[in-house]
Design a protein. Structure first.
Length: 160
């Protein structure tokens, strides 16, 4: 099982889309391991978006992300990183296909509703960046055995 970080961004919080986004992940079968609201500070956002520091939209992005609180989540599931990225869709809302979160709720490059980790390696780094260990809960949900088949979970535990 993998874990991934999702940030429901300030545009989604302002547009009352938090419930819609959480509902999609829950209905898919992903497990919420952690969830909190936080006013993200520029210092942590600069670290999080360091790969974009030379882009012309970088300063605006930091301002936008630190304007009002975001919702942060850790989601768990088999291949959770790619499952969540597919559900989120490509970066630019206008280009994201219908059926994806960005495709259904965004027409913007910046205000694109959610952030989701793009690799298992980055997911680990990002979860550690935004969550303390004690904020992440490990438990077996009662519907777990109905979400995956036995061979996907119990038999080959080495598989992601
Ligand atoms: P990036 O890491 O490239 O994409 P993703 O969020 O899909 O992993 O970009 C990070 C964020 O930067 C993106 O979610 C929104 C913002 N952004 C802009 O504000 N303007 C732009 O033109 C682009 C491409 C991204």
């Amino acid at each position: 099982m993998q874990q991934t970080l999702v940030i429901i961004k300030p545009d989604a919080v302002n547009r009352c889309l938090v419930g819609e986004v959480v509902k999609r992940f829950e209905k898919k079968g992903l497990q919420i391991k952690a969830m909190k609201m936080e006013m993200l500070q520029p210092y942590i956002l600069k670290e999080h978006y360091a790969h974009l520091k030379d882009k012309e939209f970088y300063e605006e992005l930091i301002k936008f992300m630190s304007k009002i609180p975001s919702i942060l989540m850790v989601l768990k599931g088999k291949e959770a990183v790619s499952v969540v990225r597919k559900m989120v869709g490509p970066t630019k809302g206008r280009e994201a296909p219908p059926g994806t979160i960005r495709g259904d709720y965004s027409v913007s490059n910046q205000s694109n509703v959610v952030h989701a980790s793009d690799s298992e390696e980055n997911a680990k780094i990002e979860i550690e960046r935004f969550f303390k260990k004690e904020e992440i809960y490990d438990f077996k949900k009662m519907n777990f055995d109905w979400i995956y088949s036995r061979d996907e979970t119990y038999i080959d535990k080495t598989k992601k």
